[in-house]
Design a protein around this ligand. Structure first.
Ligand SMILES: C[S@@+](CC[C@H](N)C(=O)[O-])C[C@H]1O[C@@H](n2cnc3c(N)ncnc32)[C@H](O)[C@@H]1O
Length: 467
């Protein structure tokens, strides 16, 4: 690829971008390769690969090659997420601003497919709550699937326009806005993205970013933090948006100290000297990213204490359900149509509030339906961190059997000694459910997420390919 393949006006427009070095930047788009990186789920322990760590993220690693993730059962079990390394910087910001004593309500406003949400979910304490929102309905299932795989119960997924959040006055302590942008930071990884770029689109993106921030601003509480990021190098979508925020609202900049050897460019906006962090692919081992953190100084008022009437719970059913989960006394059990769900008790009131305003697509963990005395378990329960494995059969699969299971095909040669609901596992990690019957098994892996690729499985897991 030659420099001339950049969209017209692109390089010139970056001359005002802090830290931009045209020669090396162009060179890396001609010769450079995008590194492959993953982030491990700290709650689903798998051996840490013996590879280079991502310096700004505790669970991030660069792989030496790119394995076929589709054919790695550990990927489907939610043991890791494939994420571009620069994006993992949000981990570093969160650790800098977090005070371990306070329980936090965190909103990830532009969340699909779930890279930042699974990252936030990794650093959350038990009494924190994450609301992961995605405006585009068709992108919600991928977000929900990724968070189901990650397994934590203190997560709610919503499908709302940012302006809906303005009603939730001062509800959140941290709001992450990973804004839709003109996407130049992905040019090296995805050269086709260059075709979409134009100066006019940068302006449109900037207007949309400002609108999103203004819409959600009332939902941030006084003293709370905005984390704003884009994968655009354009000053208009980055530092200029920070200056606009400083002018329109009562916010202050937060400086995050970063070691010089990481290669991150620390920048300040022209008018209000707001601090921010720029990642250029010729200077860091990752793709383009812009990130900043701002603190809100004023209050937007408070939510009323209105509490909706809730249905009287069916205590008999709840007693039966308690045996299927770990630490049941810390959980609030509730029903949606026929399905039973749980969320940590500390979030019961928050969930009631969210339900008044938002269109909720996932709340906590869906356990399943009761059929007589027994539970028909949901896939969410299998992948969650709170499933009581001792209540179910457990079937350990070979690599080949795991792939057949993940394709939702039947494993005819399984010699099951007992019958009933079984957790289907690979190297001790849960993949989903099957019902074992005397002569066969019923595969309950959700068809929407089964492996569709017709290629033959290329054996190996993350740990093999990292070596
Ligand atoms: C950069 S992507 C988010 C990536 C995600 N945070 C992650 O780490 O996986 C931006 C998201 O914003 C959503 N989006 C598009 N237009 C939007 C709008 N007007 N308001 C809010 N979100 C929007 C897109 O659907 C997309 O999912």
């Amino acid at each position: 690829m030659q420099a001339a393949h950049f969209p017209s006006g692109f390089l010139t427009s970056l001359h005002q971008a802090p830290g931009f070095q045209q020669d090396t930047f162009t060179q890396t788009h001609v010769n450079g390769q995008s590194p492959t990186s993953i982030r491990i789920n700290p709650f689903k322990a798998i051996p840490v690969p013996d590879v280079q760590p991502v310096p700004w993220c505790a669970n991030g690693y660069y792989l030496n090659n790119r394995p076929s993730f589709t054919f790695d059962p550990l990927f489907h079990a939610g043991c890791y997420y494939v994420q571009e390394a620069s994006s993992m910087f949000i981990d570093y910001i969160l650790k800098h601003i977090r005070n371990d004593e306070d329980a936090l309500k965190i909103l990830d406003l532009c969340a699909a497919p779930g890279g930042k949400s699974t990252l936030i979910s990794s650093v959350m304490q038990e009494d924190d709550l994450l609301v992961a929102n995605e405006i585009i309905k068709t992108r919600v299932p991928i977000l929900t699937d990724n968070l189901n795989r990650w397994g934590r119960a203190n997560v709610v997924v919503t499908n709302n326009d940012p302006k809906t959040f303005s009603a939730l006055k001062s509800f959140f302590d941290i709001i992450v806005v990973d804004a839709p942008c003109s996407g130049s930071g992905m040019f090296r990884k995805d050269p086709a993205a260059m075709e979409e770029w134009s100066e006019a689109n940068v302006t449109l993106c900037q207007q949309r970013q400002e609108r999103i921030l203004a819409d959600v601003y009332p939902a941030l509480q006084e003293g709370g933090y905005f984390i704003y990021s884009t994968c655009s190098y354009s000053y208009e979508e980055d530092e200029a948006v920070l200056d606009w925020l400083c002018e329109e609202f009562d916010v202050e900049t937060v400086r995050i100290p970063v070691p010089a050897e990481w290669g991150i460019v620390e920048s300040q906006s022209a008018r209000h000297q707001a601090w921010s962090y720029r990642f250029y692919p010729d200077q860091v081992k990752g793709e383009g990213l812009f990130a900043a953190c701002l603190r809100k100084k004023e209050s937007s008022g408070y939510l009323s204490n209105y509490k909706p009437k809730t249905q009287k719970p069916d205590y008999k059913e709840i007693d039966k359900l308690k045996s299927y989960v770990e630490n049941p006394d810390q959980l609030h059990f509730f029903k949606l149509n026929e399905d039973w769900l749980v969320i940590p008790k500390v979030h019961k009131d928050s969930l009631n509030t969210l339900q008044q305003y938002l269109y909720i697509k996932k709340s906590g963990i869906r356990l399943g339906k009761m059929a007589g005395k027994d539970l028909i378990p949901d896939h969410e329960l299998a992948l969650s961190l709170l499933v009581n494995k001792n209540m179910f059969l457990q079937t350990e699969l070979t690599y080949e059997q795991a792939i057949v299971y993940l394709r939702k095909e039947n494993l005819n040669n399984l010699s099951a000694e007992s019958k009933g609901w079984s957790l289907m596992m690979y190297v001790g990690q849960v993949l989903g459910w099957a019902k074992l019957l005397p002569n066969r098994m019923n595969n309950y892996y959700p068809k929407e997420i089964r492996i569709l690729s017709t290629q033959s499985a290329k054996g190996g897991t993350l740990t093999d390919s990292a070596e």
